[in-house]
Design a binder for this molecule. Sequence first.
Ligand code: SAH
Length: 343
Amino acid sequence: MILLDLDIKELEELLVGRNCPKYRARQIMRWLLCGCDFSEMSNLPKDLRESLAVEHVACPIEIAEALKSKDGSVKFLYKLFDGNIIEGVYMPHDYGNTLCVSTQVGCRMGCAFCASGIGGLVRNLTPGEILGQFVAVNRYLGGTMTDRKLSNIVLMGSGEPLDNFDNVVKFILLVSDADGLGVGRRSISLSTCGLADNMRRLADLGLGVTLSLSLHATLDEYRRKLMPVANKYSVTETVDAARYYFKKTGRRVVFEYSMVKGVNMSFSDARRLSELTKGMAAHVNLIMLNKVVGKNIEGCTPLEAERFCEKLKSLGVSATIRRSMGADVEGACGQLRRKRLNS
Ligand code: SAH
């Protein structure tokens, strides 16, 4: 059993089941959320530490590589206990330090520009494996459970969070638990390629996290070329689900839009984007395409990006161009893992 998968009640049950006093659960949880292994849990009897270590895993992931970028971001490659590797990136910002976490090993969404989906989905990550990324990096930065060095989380690493719905929801509950790490739900952003049904389910849960929708195109015909998920959900269905999220939660929805030359940057696209985002608080995050080896898709120049952004603004749309970080350390989704798998 991966102990980081458990909430405090489940940990208590596990301990009581082995005739161990309930109060030990809080002690153990504290250590787990500091990223410690059993051998470091110094306020537990030695035989308890040893017996737990025989049957259970404390933190299921370890940092295998940390690549520091010139811009202060750090790209992490993690090793999972079954030998799989995943990645993530730490980005220091003036509004808080952000960790981008992965939710799956690989991905089955197959977006045309993305490196994460190249080998398909390997498996879902458990809640503790997502939480483990946070805990390991927090420790790497010198943080503890009560003195966190990370304030924001973006679920924008490898994988499609809403394709691993239950585990991702449990992760959000665990990481935001006020008796544990207590990360504010408003400081958590979940990015989806647009699984409309699960966007609605998420809205109904009322967790209060920020929803980002990777829209990338305003017409079904073009969106289908970039994102196979568009064969299942039309642009209208997907955006309606985003509007439902806004109505249900009152939270502004972020639309991610990777600019692809000659495909999604015309004046008509800007106009359609302004129409689509009506009736909700929305922000358009324009993304400069990261070139991925083996993918024949061309991004745009900074000047073209600027022009598209201005067009949107002139139509009353709140829009900014996302500042890219970590380009020198393969910051974009799935790129470092691909490189390591190929070497
Ligand atoms: N599966 C989620 C999270 C993925 S990554 C989703 O689809 O939203 C976060 C964002 O980066 C998404 O908007 C994704 O479409 C985008 N992205 C992936 N690869 C990219 C690339 N090579 N260049 C630019 N944006 C990319």
